[in-house]
Design a protein around this ligand. Structure first.
Ligand code: DPP
Ligand code: ZN
Length: 874
């Protein structure tokens, strides 16, 4: 496969002003008629360039130019392109293609999912529908007529407004849609199916009434309310916080079972993976409710950050994704608990994005090259990209940031632009120089900040020295220092916040500052201190970096209970627990566990005066994945064992407090998804999980009772998970059977049922994983099912996946090869755990490597998997 470079970018030779599409949908295929109004791009300067249209898996039936049908000798047709030389400056091109959506298992372009037709065009799916310059800087007005059987497909949808509809011969009908906004073809969408419609309205800030419509299969009619409410909250929030009003008259959401991504922001017609939009109290967990709210918001926010202002090319993907993730995380923080939201975001970033940034697929937020763009929908583009925008926000302050975003939207409305244009708008609005800051977009790798300090008792000066190092990543060495906002505070021995005086005579010094690091080393002096302070470093995680500082356990315990920054309180607890667990890895079973850890957790569990949402988070032990990420040469079974030891030690020591915590956070009133209610359920389910880990009989009864009586999925699942992860095999089996029987008709719940087993070190051993894959509810063609079994096993059941006999790796290689032919995008994602092979102890890494080689040697490997495997082995 070819590598594509950012440095090779040239403007399109031809523009398409208007696209007129007509789809004839049938059971054995679809005929797509496309009429393109094309003209030479005056900016391209290549007046002799041939017209080259992208096409993939298309069967060309006819092509005419200005009404004259072209002979085969007049164009060149390859597997990837249709090329016509000697075209006029402006012309109409009519192309007829035949495609087979019913056989499309890649789920790119037009395909069928549970009997309905739907599309996914980002990034390069439109070329699987018809020939087109499939690049985001070609923006066109679309008009789309859909024709299909009336009874099988009563609902026919596309972008924009429905302008015409009527009957056709043979019980067929049509609907025509027109989208007044020019858009790149990746935002095109079409849906045809037998769907029920849920309606609502939203009055915008300027008083326009927007028709809100959700389309779902009839069995899901009762699972739309939460998404609809989330949509209305998002629309209001975007008006209030960013001044962005919705532009079309209709906004539609469709739920689809077979979907590679989480959701897609097609103009006016968002298409969602069912698992990211459908919810009811009985079938969705709190985590799902929160995820749905965030994703609905994310896709909605794209209407401005992505659709009105889009990307010039796919190297700029983070322009829309980083900014939009930042927007959706601000929204979620406003809707719930900001500290908890920050903890969740940072947990994901530090566990998974840092691992990506330290691995063979590491790439900058704005990559310089790729083979397959689908492989670049990564945590770096999304999550690190959002952190980069967050840093700009922190450097500029809310007010200037808003001015910058206003300028960005105003200046670039209707354009396809670059991350540099975004930064420039922020600079122009604020007057700040973000020259050095731009390195965040260009340099890959997580900066490491090494912090050291000294206290000059006589002078009352505390000196903090911060050094930054940016590790080498594939293709990048000797990196320049970056511009890093570093928030900190200093605490006195009674936990009081001390003023941060940067000069001896500074008056009214603040007790929190954001230091700006620009050189590879800085020393900061804080004056007027009577005693050595305890530093609270990188508050709110003000930059996506690793901080190294020789914390004592004493200091961490102190910060855990005194830091006024909730995020750093949580972080101190994590660091302490990580330190304790790591000190036990590979040690004899009778090595004592730090007694102060028990005291600290007792305090968390028992003191109901503390912010319970924060406590619920603090009680989550650092994950195995995070512990692995922090290791140099990970021995996963040993890490697993050490972590289990600490968990059981805490559970035994705090047994009575856990039972009390369970009871105190017991049945509440009506189910609500507020931070308080979510925290209550999280606390009682954590208590249950810990108690079952030590085979507590009373807890077993509580779990069985909770499993039977729960009126919501969070509690039912909490009890089921605790039982599945316990030694009570009979209860586990019975609960799993009952659960399946009750929910077998609900695909989203069946996915939970699969993943609770596949991710469990007790239930999810390899033979059982194979049994799950032979289960009638498992379906290779459905990405969610593959993710909930294969993905959960390799990504969450780490002790089983990293079995010392290498069977987990071989298994994964086998599944990747199997999936590669039918759905390369998902196959490439599944490879991820193997790409980290260099992180593991030699015996493990050798067999991981062998598994990668096995995939490499598969015949006819897709470009998607090829890129990941070859880069991993390089
Ligand atoms: N649908 C994906 C997202 O919203 C890709 N744009 O992030
Ligand atoms: Zn997005």
């Amino acid at each position: 496969p070819q590598t594509i470079y950012l440095s090779d970018y040239t403007v399109p030779a031809y523009l398409v002003d208007h696209v007129d599409l007509r789809f004839e949908l049938f059971e054995d295929g679809a005929r797509v008629h496309s009429t393109l109004s094309i003209r030479r791009n005056p900016e391209s300067g290549r007046s002799d360039a041939a017209l080259a249209l992208d096409g993939d898996s298309l069967s060309l039936q006819a092509v005419s130019l200005d009404g004259r049908e072209l002979q085969e000798s007049e164009y060149e047709l390859s597997d990837e392109q249709l090329v016509i030389a000697g075209v006029p400056d402006a012309f109409k091109l009519d192309v007829v293609t035949w495609i087979e959506p019913q056989n499309n298992t890649r789920l790119e372009g037009l395909y069928k999912s549970s009997g309905m037709f739907c599309t996914q065009c980002e990034a390069e799916g439109f070329r699987c529908i018809t020939f087109f310059p499939d690049r985001p800087d070609v923006m066109s007005r679309f008009r789309t007529r859909i024709e299909a059987d009336r009874s099988a497909y009563p609902v026919l949808l596309s972008n924009g407004n429905d302008v015409d509809r009527g009957d056709l011969e043979g019980d067929r009908h049509f609907v025509t849609w027109e989208d007044p906004f020019p858009k790149p073809c990746y935002l095109f969408a079409l849906v045809a199916g037998d769907l029920v419609e849920k309606r609502d309205t939203f009055r915008t800030c300027s008083g326009r009434d927007i028709d809100l419509r959700m389309y779902v299969e009839p069995r899901n009619a009762e699972k739309c309310e939460h998404a609809m409410d989330s949509l209305k909250r998002s629309m209001r929030w975007d008006e209030e916080v960013y001044g962005r009003e919705y532009d079309l008259d209709i906004f539609m959401i469709v739920a689809v079972d077979d979907f590679n991504m989480g959701a897609m922001e097609n103009k006016g017609l968002n298409i969602f993976n069912s698992s990211c939009v459908l919810a009811s109290q009985e079938t969705a967990t709190d985590a799902a409710f929160q995820r749905i709210e965030a994703i609905v918001a994310h896709e909605y926010f794209h209407n401005w950050s992505g659709n009105r202002v889009t990307c010039r090319d796919w190297f700029q993907l983070s322009l829309k994704e980083g900014f939009t993730v930042f927007r959706d995380s601000q929204f979620s923080a406003d809707m719930g608990s900001p500290t908890v939201k920050r903890i969740e975001d940072v947990t994901l970033l530090r566990t998974a994005q840092f691992a990506e940034d330290a691995g063979p697929m590491a790439h900058p937020v704005r990559p310089a090259s790729y083979m397959e763009i689908s492989n670049f929908y990564t945590l770096t583009i999304y999550e690190k990209g959002a952190e980069v925008v967050r840093m700009i926000h922190n450097l500029l302050g809310s007010e200037m940031f808003r001015k910058g975003s206003d300028l960005y939207f105003e200046r670039h409305d209707g354009q396809a632009v670059t991350t540099d244009d975004f930064v420039r708008a922020m600079e122009d609005a604020s007057g700040r120089d973000l020259g050095q800051f731009r390195l965040w977009y260009e340099q890959a790798g997580t900066p490491v900040l090494s912090v050291s300090d000294e206290f000059d008792e006589d002078a009352g000066i505390y000196r903090l020295t911060i050094r930054q190092d940016i590790p080498d990543t594939p293709g990048q060495t000797d990196k320049k220092p970056q511009h890093i906002p570093f928030a900190l505070g200093l605490l006195g021995s009674h936990g009081e916040s001390l003023p941060l005086r940067l000069a001896p005579d500074e008056q009214d010094a603040p007790d929190e500052r954001v230091l700006e690091l620009t050189d590879s080393e800085h020393t900061f002096e804080f004056h007027g201190l009577d005693e050595r302070p305890v530093p609270s470093l990188l508050r709110h995680f003000s930059a996506p970096v690793r901080v190294q500082y020789p914390w004592t356990r004493e200091q961490l315990l102190f910060l855990m209970s005194h830091d006024p920054d909730g995020f750093n309180r949580w972080d101190a607890g994590q660091r302490l627990t990580v330190d304790v667990i790591r000190s036990l890895v590979g040690k004899p079973k009778d090595t004592p566990v730090e007694p102060r850890l028990v005291t600290a957790y007792r305090h968390l569990i028992s003191d109901s005066e503390l912010d319970q949402a924060l406590v619920a988070k603090m009680l989550q032990l650092p994950s195995e994945a995070y512990l692995i990420e922090l290791s140099e040469s990970a021995d996963v079974p040993a890490i697993h064992e050490a972590r289990e030891r600490v968990l059981k030690h805490l559970a035994i020591a705090l047994r009575d407090e856990l039972v009390a915590c369970y009871r105190r956070n017991g049945d509440s009133d009506a189910y609500e998804v507020t931070p308080e209610a979510v925290a209550r359920r999280s606390l009682r389910n954590t208590a249950l999980a810990w108690l079952l880990a030590i085979n507590d009989e009373e807890a077993r009864e509580l779990a069985v009772r909770q499993f039977r009586n729960a009126d919501n999925m969070t509690d039912r699942m909490g009890a089921l998970r605790a039982l599945v992860n316990s030694d009570y095999e009979d209860d586990r089996t019975e609960a799993l059977e009952t659960f399946y029987e009750q929910f077998q008709d609900d695909p989203q719940v069946v996915e939970l049922w699969f993943s609770v087993q596949a991710s469990s070190d007790r239930a999810g051993q390899l033979p059982h994983i194979r049994r799950l894959m032979a289960h009638p509810a498992f379906d290779w063609k459905n990405p969610n099912k593959v993710r909930s079994v294969v993905g959960a096993f390799a990504g969450q059941n780490l002790a089983a996946f990293h079995h010392s006999d290498g069977s987990g790796y071989e298994f994964l290689a086998e599944q990747v090869c199997r999936l590669d032919d039918s759905n390369p995008q998902i196959a490439a994602r599944l490879v991820t755990p193997l790409t980290r092979w260099r992180k593991f102890a030699p015996a493990y890494s050798a067999s991981m490597r062998a598994a990668l080689e096995r995939i490499r040697d598969k015949e006819g490997l897709s470009r998607d998997v090829y890129e990941v495997v070859h880069k991993s082995l390089a």
